[in-house]
Design a protein around this ligand. Structure first.
Ligand code: CTP
Length: 402
């Protein structure tokens, strides 16, 4: 949400006490936040608190010569890329559904062309009233996004639906409202993490991949409207919102899952660090030292694993297939050879010896390598940003091939 302009419009309900936390969450995510409030809202949360957090004057009057001098209500409505209405009272929802504009918040809501995200909060009976239900139906049919309310104990003493959603959930919903929908219609299949090649009942051969890069790609694809499927090697990372996750262990399991999902995919990204070899045999039981001659070592025979990326690329048809290349030396030349050998449409090379691009790092420094040998070096960026840049390139490729 870096530098995205969000207007938080606050109306008069007890849940307004959560708004400072919402504002802080949005600002932490990089957004530029302004607040507008009704007079009633200023009874529940001080404009001074919101002014201090946002660094901008907070308006609460529709026509106030001193406040209009700062930024008039139409400019405020135009300024916003997204209006978050939190809490959204039954009264304000009713006004918006009927086009009333008799206070600052309802006037801004009517004047803005930005998307609106409403986080309702009210007494359960008000929420369930047919008038509120009908107003919400009208608003949703006009494209107003809503989040919540949640069930629980209400400030008025009643139990039931009516609590405003938590600030983090509202901020996450705001982020998806702002996202471009340019991957709608695409099915993005991503592999992530390392694989574990069983040696015996307790041991395996693995690698140091964290899965962060692949998880970031799946998250970004879902955020931009794609159906995202994540085939993940063993990882404790949480499943990103809107992503379907399939957990696998070994390279052979990953190959089975990727092959099965590839049919329905339009884009495949192999970000996983697949083990190139696996033990030719793995014991169902634990290998015990006492079963070996005294002082003897243990020799494992390794056999090659299938190359999943090369297999998928061979049958890709109209799909766009992207590979990664983890290199420790001679990066560009090795990546060019790898791209030719595997037959994918784009290769993302990274030098794993660099601190800012190694395993488990939150950043990555990558070079895009294209089939014609061209390269494009990116600066060191958070993995989520690398994911965004990668999907931009993929969409450009897909646009060119149509
Ligand atoms: N890959 C794969 N199946 C394998 C090995 C790798 O699909 N058995 C994919 C990886 O997911 C990555 C790309 O191939 O997208 C390159 O992986 P990398 O480990 O850099 O290359 P390798 O093919 O393993 O070659 P080497 O280890 O010799 O550099």
């Amino acid at each position: 949400m870096e530098q995205r302009r969000i207007l938080v419009a606050v109306t008069g309900g007890i849940a307004a006490y959560k708004v400072p936390e919402l504002v802080r969450t949005l600002i932490r995510a990089g957004a530029v936040v302004r607040c507008a409030m009704t007079r009633e809202a200023s009874e529940f949360v001080s404009p001074m608190v919101l002014q201090t957090l946002t660094g901008h004057p907070v308006r609460d009057h529709l026509f106030d010569p001193s406040q209009e001098g700062e930024i008039d209500h139409i400019s405020l409505a135009d300024w916003a890329e997204l209006v978050v209405l939190a809490p959204a009272t039954a009264n304000t929802l009713a006004k918006l559904a009927h086009g009333l504009a008799d206070d600052l918040v309802s006037a801004v809501l009517l004047a803005t062309r930005a998307p609106i995200l409403a986080a309702p909060a009210m007494n359960v009976n008000m929420w369930e009233h047919p008038a509120t239900r009908a107003n919400l139906e009208v608003l949703r049919s006009r494209g107003v996004h809503t989040i919540g309310p949640e069930a629980g104990e209400l400030a008025c003493g009643w139990e039931g639906l009516g609590r405003m959603s938590q600030p983090e959930a509202i901020a996450a919903a705001a982020e998806s409202c702002l996202a471009p929908n340019d991957l709608a219609g695409e099915v993005v299949l991503v592999s992530a993490g390392g694989t574990q090649e069983p040696v015996d009942a307790v041991r395996y051969l693995g690698n140091r991949s964290s899965g962060k890069m692949g998880f970031a790609i799946a998250a970004e694809a879902a955020r931009r409207g794609a159906r995202a499927v994540l085939v993940a090697g063993p990882s404790s990372l949480p499943t990103p919102a809107g992503v379907r996750r399939i957990d696998v262990g070994s390279a052979l399991e990953m190959r089975d899952a990727m092959t099965a999902e590839f049919d329905a995919a339009t884009i495949a990204v192999m970000a996983a660090a697949v083990a190139d070899f696996r033990p030719s045999q793995s014991s169902q039981r634990k290998i015990k030292k006492e079963d070996l001659p005294d002082g003897a070592g243990l020799t494992l025979e390794l056999v090659p694993n299938p190359d999943i990326l090369a297999e998928l690329s061979r049958t890709k048809g109209e799909r766009t297939v992207v590979g990664f290349a983890a290199e420790s030396h001679d990066m560009i030349e090795a990546a060019r050879r790898k791209l030719t050998r595997k037959g994918c449409d784009l290769l993302v090379a990274n030098d794993i010896t660099q601190q800012a691009s190694g395993f488990d790092s939150d950043t990555n420094t990558v070079v895009f390598v294209w089939p014609d040998g061209q390269i494009e070096q990116l600066a060191s960026l958070p993995k989520r940003e690398v994911a965004a840049q990668l999907l931009d390139r993929v969409m450009k490729l897909r646009g060119e091939s149509q």
